[in-house]
Design a protein around this ligand. Structure first.
Ligand SMILES: Nc1ncnc2c1ncn2[C@@H]1O[C@H](COP(=O)(O)OP(=O)(O)OP(=O)(O)O)[C@@H](O)[C@H]1O
Length: 406
């Protein structure tokens, strides 16, 4: 991205830095297409004039809540704004009607409590977010797409969204249905010991997170189940199945006397198998029918006759491992497609808005990933088309295919 602003000696600017991504400084000299910058710690940096970006010295210290309010919408400006807000635990920032969330890696309860939800619920009509306004006024359905890299916080954000939608359109919890007295910790009933003793829980060797109290999370889940109207019996079934899966993970087999046979490894394996069987003493088909989706739809006020709806999509995030499977390739491709959609949507829409309001603007450049998309999806030479073609031939011709690819 760049904005055409005159950079002169004395200008405050941003310049790329291998360690910190961007550092700021003041221009001390311009020679042809090169510029010399002095940073606050008196370091001198030389860069191409085309690679330095103006810094808004009057930007508020705490950042702005909507990036369209920034004087310069370039990468360092955007990152600096997000950083200033993040330092104040302000993890949400608008860019027009897109909301950027930055993973706080810690609980920020004040952001999600009932008081905050009430503030949004009671917001005057004009201040409601655009998608809700369109829904109420024009009867339009809506989709909320939650995207970002793996670990960016999509699932947590989706949970927050669902909690808000449930609060906004949901039912009140039934009186006297708290669970605290019944909980202590059920651990015994399901024969659950420490997480360290369960194969499915001990792989990461991480059993505790700072600021996360598992007992509290468990109670919160139980309470949430109460609120959405999942009965005690159904909750019991859910936890029996969960516990059964944990026990099942500890059932180990070893080679039997007969060829190709196997037997339970030891007494421990027998115990876990017995527990699994005990816990699963229920009609699995009936249980599946009773599980979650239907209950949640009812509780968040899902009305089958409604002409409009809000869809929330939580997708897998972009990741790049040393070796990437075909599945990861598809995930990354989807994320590239979304990035393209985002670019088109944000920049085109913003620029149309500027034109409409007769605001003097300069064209915003952005990294266009169309080449990547073409490489993957273009016909006939794209990777997917080549894969398709290769799949139609017998195995021996696969070598020809890999030659074509590389
Ligand atoms: N709003 C938040 N508040 C507190 N912690 C968060 C928040 N968002 C994310 N986290 C932390 O970051 C971790 C990863 O987040 P999350 O599972 O939502 O990522 P994701 O984008 O869905 O990843 P993936 O694409 O791999 O599924 C969470 O387990 C949690 O510890």
């Amino acid at each position: 991205m760049s904005t055409s602003v005159n950079i002169i000696v004395g200008s405050s600017v941003w310049v790329e830095d291998p360690e910190h991504a961007w550092i700021d400084g003041q221009v001390t000299k311009i020679t042809g297409k090169e510029v010399e910058i002095e940073t606050p710690d008196l370091k001198r940096v030389v860069a191409k004039l085309s690679k330095v970006y103006p810094k808004d010295t009057e930007a508020p210290a705490g950042g702005v809540d909507d990036m369209t309010k920034l004087s310069y919408l370039h990468e360092p400006g955007v990152l600096q704004n997000l950083r200033s807000r993040y330092e104040l635990n302000e993890i949400y920032t608008y860019t027009g009607n897109i909301l950027i969330a930055i993973n706080p890696f810690q609980k920020l309860p004040h952001l999600y409590d009932n008081h905050m939800m009430d503030e949004y619920k009671g917001a005057p009509f004009g201040e409601l977010s655009p998608f809700i306004r369109a829904m109420i006024k024009e009867g339009k359905s809506n989709s909320i797409l939650v995207s970002g890299e793996s670990g960016a916080g999509k699932t947590e954000t989706t949970k927050t969204l669902m909690r808000y939608l449930a609060y906004f359109g949901g039912r009140k919890a039934t009186e006297g249905r708290t669970v605290e007295q019944q909980v202590l910790e059920e651990i015994e009933r399901y024969q659950l010991g420490s997480p360290k003793s369960f194969h499915y829980l001990n792989q990461s060797k991480c059993y505790e997170l700072v600021d996360v109290n598992d007992a509290h999370e468990y109670l919160a889940t139980r309470r949430a189940m109460d609120i959405v109207g999942i009965s005690k019996e159904e909750q019991e079934a859910i936890f029996r199945v969960t516990a059964a899966i944990l026990h099942l993970g500890n059932v180990e087999f070893t080679k039997g006397k007969e060829i190709d046979s196997s037997v339970l490894k030891d007494e421990k394996a027998k115990f876990h198998l017995k527990m699994t069987a005990e816990l699963l003493m229920c009609d699995s088909v009936g249980l599946e029918d009773a599980l979650l989706v239907e209950k949640i739809n009812v509780s968040i006020g899902h009305d089958r006759t409604s002409k409009c709806l809000i869809g929330v999509l939580d997708i897998y995030g972009f990741e790049s491992f040393k070796n990437n499977s075909f599945e990861q390739f598809c995930i990354n491709f989807t994320n590239e497609k979304l990035q393209q959609h985002f670019n088109q949507h944000v920049f085109k829409m913003e620029q149309e808005e500027y034109t409409k309001e007769a605001i003097n603007w300069s064209y915003i450049e952005f990294v266009d990933n169309q080449d990547v998309l073409d490489l993957i999806e273009k016909k006939p030479g794209g990777i997917i088309a080549l894969l398709d073609e290769a799949c139609m031939f017998p195995k021996s011709t696969h070598e020809t295919f890999s030659n074509k690819l590389y």
